[in-house]
Design a protein around this ligand. Sequence first.
Ligand SMILES: Nc1ncnc2c1ncn2[C@@H]1O[C@H](COP(=O)(O)OP(=O)(O)OP(=O)(O)O)[C@@H](O)[C@H]1O
Ligand SMILES: [Mg+2]
Length: 235
Amino acid sequence: MTLLSVDGLEAGYETGQVLFGIDMEISEGETVSLLGRNGAGKTTTIRSIVGAETPRIIDGSITFRGTDLLACPTHEIADLGLGYVPEERRCFPRLTVAENIHVAATSVDDPLPESEMFEFFPELDQIRDRDAKNLSGGQQQMVSIARALVANPELMLLDEPCEGLAPTIVRQVEEGIRRINEERGVTVLMVEQNVAAAMAIADRHYILEEGDLVNEVTTARLREDEDLRQEYLGV
Ligand SMILES: Nc1ncnc2c1ncn2[C@@H]1O[C@H](COP(=O)(O)OP(=O)(O)OP(=O)(O)O)[C@@H](O)[C@H]1O
Ligand SMILES: [Mg+2]
């Protein structure tokens, strides 16, 4: 069953067009990544889906369970079951870890149990009473993901969740996202430049180059095809 469908998406900014016809189809329960180099248009694609203020949509359609997202006011998109973890981590600096999660839970009608967030990210349990402003980047990322998850989304969109994190933290974030998918059945669409992290989490990958989708591969294929990784991703 198709959850998210993006057809012929063209989008851009005042300064010019960035996406030139993106087609993506994501089924319920999948883990998918959108890979591409710096400036390829990954964030622009995600922001188009979640109805962010920018970019401007030029053409195409985006549907979630058949609902036209482009016709949907931004504030209603979260209520449809989309959870968004942006590039810049989103938490309240002066609230504790537990309070941050609590605030996110109380903002929706049907949240997941807050205690479950500490199971997906055990490290958060030890620092639950610490103010978010005093956390490491990795811990803030876990809080940011937990805040999106506690709202009980069907689809989580994560923009470079592993960026700038130490390797041990990257593994905890990977593990957390995988468990969210496996144990909660949440569909995942993540954007990454870190191909290793994308392969650790996602089963299928779209490769974006200069605003065009140039390939679609499974993790197995991407793992064995070094030329492909080199050509499109420079790794
Ligand atoms: N708010 C904006 N206004 C104007 N141009 C923008 C804006 N945001 C992004 N762009 C441009 O759009 C293009 C795609 O940017 P985007 O952020 O989508 O790439 P990305 O694949 O997410 O890159 P990165 O890996 O660096 O995060 C780039 O050329 C960028 O300069
Ligand atoms: Mg980006």
